[in-house]
Ligand binder design. Structure first.
Ligand code: IMP
Length: 227
């Protein structure tokens, strides 16, 4: 059960790295839980991050009977010299069953000998709301996007994070994302950026001119405990 004032929110993802990051980023606002392991998520065959996020959120929302808020993110790395690749195929860049290590190695191989190594992480979020929250919010779908600019290093460095973090050096940093701590990543990351935009949207619809809305558990979420 969600503590009072924090609606329950399911995450439509199987990526443990994302579950950890959303728990940290959204725990003050929602009681964040992963979807049950037996829930099947659809293939990510959309052509944009936003399309894929909506596909995943919609599938998760159907699985919970539309009665609990469901959040999905689709994210990935766009590299300028590769025409935006790996993009929406970031998770399977080196093949359908590829892991982080194989994907990173393929990226380094594709960029071998290139001097322009600029790129960015992109995160698209889709949050579907159950009827009682949708009624209070005046909409059943909230969407947000965040980005993080940087460059791809020549070799992996660092142990924290996941995915392409060991080869991504954020603009203004001397280290890779995998050499920074979780709080440092959250403060600048594409996911942190998108979550902050989503929360701002949530707050703006939760506090319309003329008075605040309230949710079944009390007020619409405000910063609270951990999750
Ligand atoms: P998807 O959103 O499930 O399609 O997967 C996104 C993929 O993009 C992940 O498997 C990672 O390879 C990569 N990715 C997304 N966000 C991050 C991040 O914060 N750090 C490193 N890699 C990321």
């Amino acid at each position: 059960m969600a503590p009072p004032g924090r609606p329950r929110l399911y995450l439509a993802t199987r990526n443990a790295g994302k579950v950890r990051e959303f728990g940290r980023l959204l725990g003050a606002w929602f009681a964040v839980e992963p979807l049950a392991p037996d829930v099947t998520l659809p293939p990510e065959n959309g052509s944009t991050f936003a399309e894929n996020a909506l596909l995943k959120a919609g599938a998760g929302f159907a699985e919970v009977g539309g009665q609990v808020a469901v959040l999905a993110d689709d994210s990935g790395l766009e590299v300028d010299a590769l025409g935006g690749e790996p993009g929406v195929r970031s998770a399977r860049y080196a093949g359908e069953d590829a892991g982080d290590r194989e994907n990173v190695l393929r990226l380094l191989e594709e960029l071998s000998g290139r001097s322009d190594r600029r790129g960015r992480f992109v995160c698209a979020l889709a949050l579907l709301l159950p009827p009682e929250l949708a009624r209070l919010a005046g909409t059943g779908l909230l969407e947000a996007r965040g980005t993080l600019e940087g460059t791809i290093t020549l070799e992996p460095r660092g142990e924290t994070g996941f995915g392409y973090d060991p080869v991504f050096r954020p603009a203004g940093w001397e280290r890779t994302l995998a050499e920074g701590g979780p709080d440092e990543k959250d403060a600048i990351s594409h996911r942190g950026d998108a979550v902050r935009a989503l929360v701002a949207l949530w707050q703006s619809i939760g506090s319309p001119p003329g008075g605040a809305l309230s949710s079944p558990g009390g007020d619409l979420p405000s910063p609270g405990g951990d999750s």
